[in-house]
Write a protein that binds this ligand. Structure first.
Ligand code: SF4
Ligand code: SF4
Ligand code: SF4
Length: 472
């Protein structure tokens, strides 16, 4: 436990006169009054406390657990908040950065620096214009270096920490500092064997009986999207209950997606959503531990949200086939089609910043992994052959959805003089066909199209070269 090596950082429990018999584990310092304390986590707002965990008093007031069970549950909640403190950027990092509520990685953004508008979902949900799209004209007028590319402008000082942008960002460009995906992977492991009850931090906590298996977690519910939620679902091995007065579109669509998937595979809902105390009561009555759904792979720090989701979902699907689950307007899934006319020029691979498209260089194969595709659509206008089509038809619950599929394949074209490889057959023949018309029957120049750069000189300058053999 991290706090044992760090005596300066500790957990504080301020006694509640209404529940005087609560006895937390010994590593939690008990105070009679809310006196200032330099601590990491406290159950009530205290001067000096880095984090407040309101669900501690909520659990104490509503729990049906025995004193020992309750003490164990409280420890887990303190630890969950301790992890959030550990994973958050340090004060030094935070002051160096303009960004505070979230950090933005422009290199994987699907709007920024693109010639065509493919995303901007975050700007559609942001209520305060803290994130805005700058199209090329506006970017130019602001003196930003820009020919025909777009800019995503972030004004963190206007951000009200609503979290809605985090849930709709398909690429993971927006990283929520207070609760990163990596942190959620660590927290979720604490909830193993419990039914996680997610309480939106901006929603008043009701008085409601909690069955023994329920373990609450207070957080910003609007950041929750499919990867956060599936992590919690699989690590706990239970349905998740979510209580909020309202939820952003990204969270709602993610819940619909996950419920569709769970219903197909387990014939159960994944997330039970409540917007009032009465609804919460019903959800808590119905929520179940689903032991067979538990999956706890090692924490992987560097993967993107799509990649993590794909790995977890692939495990659920296994070798089975469970049909298709539709997606929404913000949480989008689908696949691309590539037609015969593909020349393997690889422009689409260069355009794709999710690694959904890749090349198997040894076999000259263009590969596509649907589970990594955000359906941004940027590859479509990038393709010079116009042989690419995008379909936003949701997730296919089949093993092939999670492995790279061969979309196009070609052989190497060998120089017709020396036999050296000079490109893919389709691309060489395409260029040759295009140029032949321009060379107007000049056989020597036409022959030069079918030989490598070294042999081209010989074809053009040496009379002894057998042109007819090259043009066979
Ligand atoms: S957290 Fe909310 S207010 Fe802040 S940038 Fe995101 S959407 Fe806008
Ligand atoms: S939602 Fe994410 S990928 Fe899309 S524009 Fe915003 S930051 Fe970029
Ligand atoms: S394959 Fe195309 S649509 Fe999918 S993420 Fe890559 S560029 Fe976007």
């Amino acid at each position: 436990m991290w706090w044992k090596n760090n005596p300066l950082l500790e957990f504080v429990y301020v006694k509640d006169p209404k529940h005087p018999l609560v006895a937390p584990h010994e590593h939690i310092v008990v105070q009679d009054t809310p006196a200032p304390a330099d601590c990491v986590v406290s159950n009530v707002a205290l001067k000096g406390a880095k984090r407040v965990a309101p669900e501690i008093n909520f659990l104490i007031a509503n729990s049906t657990q025995s004193p020992l069970e309750l003490a164990a549950s409280l420890s887990l909640i303190y630890e969950a908040h301790g992890l959030q403190f550990d994973f958050a950027p340090t004060q030094q990092e935070a002051t160096q950065s303009v960004l505070e509520v979230f950090t933005y990685n422009s290199t994987i953004c699907q709007y920024h620096q693109r010639r065509v508008e493919c995303c901007g979902k975050c700007t559609e949900v942001c209520p305060t214009l803290a994130i805005t799209k700058l199209d090329p004209e506006i970017a130019k007028s602001k003196g930003l270096e820009c020919i025909d590319n777009r800019h995503l402008e972030i004004n963190q000082q206007d951000c009200i920490d609503c979290g809605r942008c985090i849930a709709v960002c398909p690429s993971g460009s927006l990283h929520y500092n207070a609760l990163s995906l990596e942190c959620m992977q660590a927290i979720a492991k604490l909830y193993q064997g419990y039914i996680p009850l997610l309480l939106d931090k901006n929603t008043d906590l009701p008085t409601i009986p909690l069955k023994k298996e329920v373990l609450p977690l207070s957080l910003n519910a609007n950041i929750l999207e499919q990867t956060y939620l599936l992590t919690l679902l699989q690590e706990s091995g239970a349905q998740v209950v979510l209580y909020a007065k309202e939820l952003g579109v990204g969270t709602l669509e993610s819940i619909t997606l996950l419920n569709g998937i769970y219903e197909k595979i387990y014939q159960k809902k994944a997330v039970l959503c409540a917007f009032s105390p009465d609804e919460l009561k019903t959800c808590l009555e119905h929520a179940q531990i689903l032991e067979h759904t538990r999956f706890s792979p090692p924490t992987t720090p560097t993967h993107t949200k799509r990649d993590l989701f794909a790995k977890r979902l692939a495990h659920m699907v296994g070798e089975g086939g469970f049909g298709q689950v539709p997606c929404g307007d913000f949480i989008r899934y689908g696949h691309i089609k590539i037609f015969e006319s593909c020349t393997l020029c690889l422009a689409c691979v260069g355009a794709c910043n999710t690694n959904a498209l890749s090349i198997d260089g040894n076999d000259y194969r263009l590969l596509f992994n649907p589970s990594l595709c955000t359906t941004c659509g940027y590859c479509v206008p990038t393709c010079p052959e116009k042989c690419l089509e995008l379909e936003r038809d949701g997730i296919h619950l089949h093993p092939s959805y999670f492995t790279p599929q061969v979309m196009a394949q070609d052989n190497l074209f060998a120089c017709r003089m020396c036999g050296k490889a000079m490109g893919t057959t389709k691309s060489v023949l395409k260029i040759a066909k295009f140029m032949e018309a321009r060379f107007q029957g000049d056989t020597r120049r036409i022959a030069s199209l079918y030989v490598c750069a070294d042999c081209k000189v010989k074809v053009m300058l040496e009379d002894i070269v057998d042109i007819s053999a090259i043009l066979r």
